[in-house]
Design a protein around this ligand. Structure first.
Ligand SMILES: [Mn+2]
Length: 417
């Protein structure tokens, strides 16, 4: 068979509104408002740059069933550019843009095919030769609770390469609505070569080949849980039908979580410097993209008291936002303060209560040879008793465990606030 290349994208969600963020920061909100449009433009450009033979889009092109006119026109313009470049497009609709949603009278250019509500086959031809056959189906309505794979046909023997195009939830992924539920076995049984899926927004390869089953993820993250690089898959199919997919990023604004341990920090200035440093790292890794970052502060230390003061976290957030660079920017979307107060283990161990008594024992094992040996004896029973051949723990291991146990005891017996 003739080798070819295609792009598999899904969940474009063009014209996602980002309303909440627009209320907080107009500049950031507007940039995000543009982001799904720009990521789509990047997708079209990538198709042309990579000289792909065709693209498949596995549903949720538009964010809302009442597709905005703006989104539809932008999408149609992109399809025109592909058509002019001789690149065919095969499209299905999902729960966010079902067939019964409002649709302007858009005329699709040549080579663009939108699948209907029943599974059907379309041949992909290049220079008069069929290089692949695609079977796809669109959601007629938002809530599809049936297994759509049941309507897919096993391909005729002799089809050069076959692709299933579907918006569905494989294996009941609980992070997404259970629309068009199916199992990996259902997909295997159809004997297609590649399942181009949409719906789950985080990139996943459920199976590498025979058939390859892939969610490419969405091209542009839309909230803190859609973090990291986002894009599509470029798939090379070899002359013997081998499938070689690779990820290509398309996102223009990146969401990143940042965790900072404050236990070694003593001043608010020091904390701000450290956060700044981490934000600079993020900017470097984002390669020119803007970044929205969700900051989590954790650990025990003097910073807990500083941050617990009235408005301290809000003030820090305001300061970080005010000093953010122009473009590209790193914007802190939230600060989650999970810090804990310091605990003076020695002082706490002197108290005449249960925690005090347990801590004295733990301190003993950390600070005296006898104490450590006693601990080794107790733990040793577990090892020799099981006769499982594990080496006995070293003194250092014992000390680490004892030290961790001390913290855990404090957390459990004396939870904060
Ligand atoms: Mn989606």
């Amino acid at each position: 068979m003739r080798p070819f290349r295609f792009i598999h994208a899904a969940d474009l969600h063009i014209d996602s509104p980002f309303r909440g963020l627009r209320d907080i920061d107009k500049r950031v909100g507007e940039r995000l408002r543009q982001s799904t449009f720009e990521a789509f433009d990047n997708l079209v450009k990538l198709c042309i740059d990579e000289q792909v033979d065709f693209i498949v889009i596995a549903g949720d092109i538009y964010d809302g069933a009442d597709r905005s006119v703006r989104a539809q026109l932008r999408f149609r313009d992109g399809m025109r550019r592909l058509s002019e470049a001789g690149i065919a497009a095969y499209i299905v609709h999902g729960n966010h843009d079902p067939l019964d949603g409002w649709l302007s009278a858009v005329e699709w250019p040549e080579g663009i095919h939108v699948f209907g509500p029943e599974p059907e086959w379309k041949n992909v031809e290049v220079d008069g030769e069929v290089i692949a056959a695609i079977q796809g189906v669109s959601y007629p309505t938002r809530e599809v609770r049936s297994n759509l794979v049941a309507g897919f046909e096993t391909p005729d023997v002799g089809a050069p390469f076959t692709i299933g195009l579907l918006h569905c939830n494989v294996g009941g992924n609980p992070d997404h609505d259970n629309y068009a539920p199916c199992t990996l076995d259902d997909l295997k049984l159809t004997a297609l070569d590649y399942w181009a899926l949409g719906h789950v927004h985080t990139r996943q390869t459920l199976r590498r080949q025979n058939p390859a089953v892939i969610y490419p993820g969405n091209p542009q993250g839309r909230h803190p849980n859609e973090s990291g690089p986002r894009g599509c898959m470029i798939v090379d199919v070899g002359d013997e039908g081998s499938v070689n997919p690779r990820f290509a990023p398309l996102d223009v604004v990146r969401w990143e979580p940042v965790d900072i341990d404050v236990s070694e920090i003593n001043t608010l200035d020091g904390l701000e410097d450290l956060i700044q440093q981490r934000m600079d790292d993020l900017a470097g890794k984002a390669e020119g993209r803007d970044v929205v970052c969700s900051l989590t502060l954790s650990g025990r230390g003097p910073m807990h008291a500083e941050l617990a003061r009235k408005d301290a976290v809000d003030d820090l957030l305001g300061e970080l936002r005010a000093t953010a660079s122009e473009s590209p920017w790193v914007w802190v979307e939230r600060i989650d303060d999970r810090t804990r107060p310091e605990v003076d283990m020695r002082a706490r161990a002197e108290a005449d209560d249960f925690l005090g008594a347990v801590l004295r024992t733990a301190n003993d094992s950390l600070e005296s040879v006898d104490g450590l040996q006693e601990l080794a004896g107790v733990v040793g029973d577990v090892y020799t008793g099981r006769k499982n051949g594990l080496p006995s723990p070293t003194d250092e291991q014992l000390r680490t465990w004892s030290s961790e146990a001390r913290w855990q005891l404090v957390e459990l017996l004396e939870p904060e606030e």
